[in-house]
Design a protein around this ligand. Structure first.
Ligand SMILES: [Zn+2]
Length: 98
């Protein structure tokens, strides 16, 4: 019924709250929250490294890892190595280019 807004606008927030998640991707992301600590968007994570909003619908971390892999490959290799994330061959190509 409502038109899904596809553009990922960075929500207005005054702080980033850590997400309680086992995924190490969240080490570099936070949930945008207002001054009183209320999360303003559950579906958007904000990258602490470049302050870009990244879609994290239903706690999905695939976009978070995708963001790290594309924008912060060094951070990505760190969080993906130590976690039990299924390694894909792209990780190795990134390591090779560093
Ligand atoms: Zn980033």
């Amino acid at each position: 019924m409502s038109v899904a807004h596809r553009t990922l606008e960075c929500p207005v927030f005054s702080q980033l709250l850590p997400k309680k998640s086992k995924s190490r991707a969240w080490e570099h992301f936070g949930l945008p929250a207002n001054e009183s600590g209320q999360i303003v968007s559950q579906d958007i994570a904000v990258c602490k490294l470049c302050w870009s909003p990244v879609s994290a619908k239903s706690g999905s971390t695939s976009n978070l890892f995708g963001h790290l892999r594309f924008h912060h490959p060094l951070k990505f290799s760190k969080v993906s190595n130590k976690s039990k994330v299924v390694a894909d061959s792209a990780i190795f190509s990134i390591l090779c280019c560093c």
